[in-house]
Design a protein around this ligand. Structure first.
Ligand code: RP5
Length: 168
């Protein structure tokens, strides 16, 4: 149901949370390493095959100039979620700008830089799929309820090993 594509094997550790989130919703996914600028023909072929196999949402993660999400969105009419990765000197801001600055007509849904974004890409894919899959919709609501139950109003911030405030 979800195809996760990244530009380099070096991106895979950051995507671990994305795979875990998809697993937590029991969503079938597959992962591939295909660079938009190094292997453009392989990317085109993969997207065609993935669509034929029933992939409904693509997650594309890349660092530096991060062409992958945009190029992928040019090859499919299905939703593409772009995960900008921290690739070096600019700390992922380069990839973030690249992901969110797609020109009109070729949309990419952008999430946060790095592992937080990778996890949210999984959650967002689940919410998209939930529109047509009641079982996934139930799991999304269960997760939301679980999160909501963790609010901690009026706690003693010094109890349970909470770090002490810097005092005078
Ligand atoms: C991008 O360039 C990849 O997504 C990766 O984040 C970055 C560096 O790639 P490698 O030099 O590790 O292959 O295309």
């Amino acid at each position: 149901m979800v195809a996760v594509v990244c530009g380099s094997r070096s991106d895979l550790p950051t995507l671990r949370g994305c795979f875990d989130v998809l697993d937590s919703y029991d969503i079938a996914w597959e992962a591939s390493v295909i660079s938009a600028h190094r292997q453009p023909e392989a990317l085109r072929q993969y997207v065609t095959e993935a669509e034929g196999a029933g992939v409904r949402v693509f997650i594309a993660a890349a660092g530096l100039a991060a062409h992958l999400p945009g190029v992928l969105a040019s090859l499919t009419g299905r939703p593409v979620i772009g995960v900008p990765l921290d690739g070096g000197a600019l700390g992922g801001a380069d990839a973030l700008y690249s992901v969110v600055q797609m020109p009109p007509g070729v949309p990419v849904a952008g999430v946060a830089i790095g592992s937080a974004g990778a996890r949210n890409a999984g959650h967002l894919a689940a919410r998209i799929l939930a529109l047509g899959e009641p079982a996934i919709a139930e799991r999304v609501e269960a997760f939301r309820a679980e999160q909501a139950a963790k609010a901690e109003p009026r706690i003693d911030p010094r109890a349970d090993g909470a770090p002490a405030a810097a005092g005078r």
